[in-house]
Write a protein that binds this ligand. Sequence first.
Ligand code: PHB
Length: 398
Amino acid sequence: MVVASHAPTQQPSSEVLFQPIRIGGLDVPHRIVMAPLTRSRARTPGNVPTELMAAYYAQRASAALIISEATQVSMQGQGYAWTPGIHSREQVEGWRRVTDEVHKAGGRMFMQLWHVGRISHPALQPDHMLPVAPSPITPAGKAFIENEHGEGELVPFVRPRALDLDEMPYLVRQYARGARNAQIANADGIEVHGANGYLLEQFLATGTNHRVDAYGGPVEQRARLLLEVVEACIAIWGPERVGVRISPLSTFNDIQDDNPEATFSYVAEQLAEYKLAYLHVINPAATELQTGQPIPQRVEKLLALIRSKFRGVLMMAGGFTRDTAAQWIEAGRADLIAFGRAFLANPDLPERFRRKAGFNQPDPKTFYGGGEHGYTDYPSLEQELGTKPRPTVDTSWR
Ligand code: PHB
């Protein structure tokens, strides 16, 4: 006799992806978010958002939520050539044109606030000063700068300058100014970038934070800057318009932590107190998810721990397909799924998921820098079906 519980698992229905949800103060129609993506197309001098950027984001307005590319809160916070900022009047005006276009197209947009800390280079810093960090530890790897010919170039990282204790309030104010500017720019909220080895994670992780003052040592002190920044942003926006992004277990940008379980358990627990719009977690098992390998036990455990500590809206990003996104939401492991490369190459990604259509392939050569090509010229399904034969179709996100 066939026992029901031994029946093969059914193909997950993607219906769950199309259930509405409330993200803080916003009602959104489905669960498919556009992840923050560095595209390095701001206008220089000044790192100002352009009309082309407005067109790019407006094309993607059918996302449940657009999270802007990482946007530096100060000149000191910049780590790559041509990334946009949100600290000058011109930048704020540029972002306002972006959010206007997104809103006109029916979308919603949070601005991601970014300070890169040591992941920078004097060539990108005001007066060619040293980048700042919790401790003077040189990251492995290279910085992406603009050389004297106006071209992108990779140069080795330098040893950063350790921040003085009396500079810390100034750092928090850089984020607060970014948060305020995002309001003037008519964004719908902000996301604090606490991930990927940038400044806030440099403070969180034991490998990059050797401080012996109130911002170093035990996790309560290493997390102090992140929490102060979040509180400063909440003071401006209210908690329901503030999200936070973290990347547990990631080693990106030469990050290393002695006890990520303790670090992220504490962070999730503390962030839960604020009743944020959402917590955004970069999936440490993106590769396994993509290749169909089992999720490592350690990752499973840590994600379950974060989920148990943070009871609010949880967004996950990294390596998801339509089916795995639906599975994770169905299983209660996430409420929203953010798509990066898939959204980059498919401006109408939710519609393609809904119709189980094919996908445009993203072209890594056009990810960073350049103009329209590989940016605003990926066709929607409608454009594809109505005018020309479909370009290369890749079904790997299905
Ligand atoms: C990048 O510019 O390469 C970049 C920016 C922000 C991230 C990750 C990578 O979170």
